[in-house]
Ligand binder design. Structure first.
Ligand SMILES: [Zn+2]
Length: 132
């Protein structure tokens, strides 16, 4: 189980917040820049992979529409589901590769948080040689 690159919190204990959003963003193609301070507030920003411009990173972990975009953007070899069974919310992401099934499932307080955790688990082990 990987730890957050920003706050070191283990994935299965990470709350839905901007730090989790930033972790997801880097795996979704964003180049995370950091906290951007302006007159009103500070915002977590990065380079948007589609435009190349600096922008506030999406609120993946707290906005269900944004979180669903992560799942809908996965390549065809991925299958996924979101469920609430026996009171437990979880997201499953499955990747079929050369007959091997990579299964990632995580439980969370909300569907968007569950999607973020499963997305990180799936991307972290499938797309990179992440040993820890
Ligand atoms: Zn964190």
């Amino acid at each position: 189980m990987p730890n957050c690159p920003h706050c070191e919190t283990p994935l299965d204990e990470h709350e839905a917040n901007r730090c989790l959003d930033a972790w997801v963003a880097t795996l979704a193609g964003w180049t995370f820049v950091g906290l951007w301070d302006n007159d009103d507030a500070s915002e977590w920003v990065g380079d948007n992979p589609e435009t190349g411009f600096l922008k506030g990173i999406p609120h993946y972990s707290t906005d269900i529409n944004t979180a669903m975009g992560l799942l809908l953007g996965l390549p065809d070899e991925y299958e996924w589901g979101i469920s609430k069974l026996h009171g437990r919310i979880s997201c499953q992401i499955i990747r079929m590769v050369e007959g091997e099934v990579a299964w990632h499932e995580d439980k969370a307080a909300t569907p968007s948080e569950a999607i973020c955790r499963a997305f990180i688990a799936a991307k972290g082990t499938n797309d990179a040689s992440n040993s820890d």
